[in-house]
Design a protein around this ligand. Structure first.
Ligand code: FAD
Length: 433
């Protein structure tokens, strides 16, 4: 294939599909290359779809996208070994005409999105791996090399949407190797249950769904979280921790997941389910400080490849779609103005990222990854202390409430000391700003 494209998009995850769709829809000549057998075949997600990001690309996506349930209730749980304490927010306002969040099955939604990309006019080829970037004598990216025979293909710009590892960006020297403390390893299972059992267990009906985000001793003091999401006829159950912590502790993700599933507060939710799928995947969690330069002469980086994940809020796919769309819009504006895809011109992509929620949110939490890495008491001491305090408070045993208050405070002070407690509060507030 020797023809030249306006843009080549590598990868058919949310960032690649957003970029390819947006450019193809605007009439650009786009080639998208995916190594998987079909889009979605290699991808793993919880998965929550944030409607706003997709709506900005395909406004009427609700008409035919494969959606599982819309979320009406968010639970945040803190687990110690025997109990959980937490908050639930449930609102009938989320039963709106255009719901804000949905559970989805990634393989299905990627396939659907890819169909839209093709309908918009892009050429999509699967089962093809991009092995390298082609550069001219001045170092400008001018195309890609694939693992197909005569597999060099040329374009004005190459948009790298190849996911967390992005070996292409690494090989080309655009990005450093991932640091173990900047990436989490997550494992996930699909537990199948009849729809009416899920409805009853989670107190929902029809298309309503529930999200449970969980932290605490279940990650054995490692930085990480777990989740349970309700699909139509299955539950997505997963847990993930920083790779550096797995290395340090020798824990295995599988053992962690087993422990989580057998927790006395979790096991009843999964009882009787049939596990049909098991998957593992990396999540970039280095945050703002880990974002590499995301553009240069003839290239751009979107989604996980650029570390665009807000781990605290569990937002990744929306950042992937938004960065893909903004990269595409940058290319479209340059094409329209007849300008070349140079480093100086593509800098407009970074500027539009700065103006969007993507960089604003990641910047807000810029110190959080390092803070959590260095303060694992939030995943060990505090869940135990909070649970003990709650147990003391709620147990009616003839001890007066003032004495109980004293016991609760002494529990915290004994474990962390006054200075430790104050220091933790100040550090947490600073990281949160
Ligand atoms: P990917 O989805 O990883 O897509 C990259 C694509 O590129 C893949 O299809 C891959 O096959 C292809 N590719 C890679 N290299 C090449 C190559 N050399 N040549 C050709 N093709 C290539 N986000 C949320 O918003 N909500 C959630 O609930 C959520 N839950 C998650 C739960 C888990 C367990 C995990 C692991 C992630 C979760 N995320 C969630 C994050 C979200 O999945 C990612 O942020 C998102 O998938 C990133 O999209 P992407 O397009 O950048 O990369």
């Amino acid at each position: 294939m020797t023809e030249k494209f306006d843009a080549i998009v590598v990868g058919a995850g949310p960032s690649g599909n957003a970029a390819a769709y947006t450019m193809a829809k605007a009439g650009l000549k786009v080639l998208q290359i995916e190594r998987g057998e079909y889009p979605g075949s290699k991808n793993v997600q919880g998965a929550i779809l944030y409607a706003d990001a997709l709506e900005k690309i395909i406004p009427d996506f609700r008409e035919d996208a494969p959606l599982e349930r819309h979320i009406i209730e968010q639970r945040l749980w803190m687990l110690d070994d025997q109990s959980y304490m937490g908050t639930h927010y449930r609102s009938d306002k989320f039963n709106e005409e255009r719901p804000n969040r949905y559970t989805i099955i990634r393989a299905q939604i990627d396939k659907w999105f890819s169909k839209k990309v093709k309908e918009a006019g892009a050429l999509v080829i699967c089962e093809t791996t991009v092995t390298d970037l082609l550069k001219d004598a001045a170092g400008k990216v001018i195309g890609v090399r694939t693992d197909r025979e005569n597999g060099d293909i040329f374009a004005d710009v190459v948009v790298l949407c190849d996911g967390v590892n992005s070996l292409l960006a690494q090989r080309a020297g655009f990005r450093a190797e991932l640091k173990p403390e900047h990436v989490a390893l997550a494992v996930k299972e699909m537990h199948f249950l009849p729809r009416d059992v899920i409805d009853e267990r989670f107190n929902v009906k029809g298309e309503e769904g529930v999200v449970i985000e969980i932290a605490g001793t279940v990650t054995s003091g490692m930085v990480g979280t777990a989740f349970i999401y309700t699909n139509g006829e299955s539950l997505a159950v997963g847990i993930g921790c920083l790779v550096s912590d797995f290395k340090k502790t020798g824990e295995t993700p599988y053992a962690l997941l087993e422990r989580f599933k057998n927790h006395p507060s979790i096991a009843p939710l999964l009882k009787g389910s049939e596990v049909k799928e098991y998957a593992a995947h990396l999540i970039p969690e280095g945050g703002y400080k880990a974002i590499p330069k995301v553009y240069g002469d003839g290239w751009m980086i979107c989604g996980d490849a650029g570390q665009f994940v807000n781990a605290l809020h569990r937002e990744g796919s929306n950042m992937a779609m938004t960065t893909g769309r903004l990269a595409a819009e940058t290319v479209m504006a340059l094409k329209e103005a007849g300008k070349p895809m140079t480093d100086a011109n593509l800098a407009a992509y970074r500027r539009s990222l700065e103006e969007s929620f993507v960089i604003k949110d990641l910047k807000k939490y810029k110190d959080l990854p390092e803070f959590l890495h260095k303060n694992t008491q939030f995943f060990s001491d505090y869940p135990n202390l909070l649970s003990k305090a709650a147990e003391t408070w709620f147990r009616v045993d003839g001890i007066d409430k003032k004495t109980k208050e004293g016991q609760m405070v002494r529990g915290f002070v004994k474990a962390r000391g006054w200075r430790g407690l104050l220091g933790d509060a100040v550090k947490l507030a600073r990281a949160w700003r």
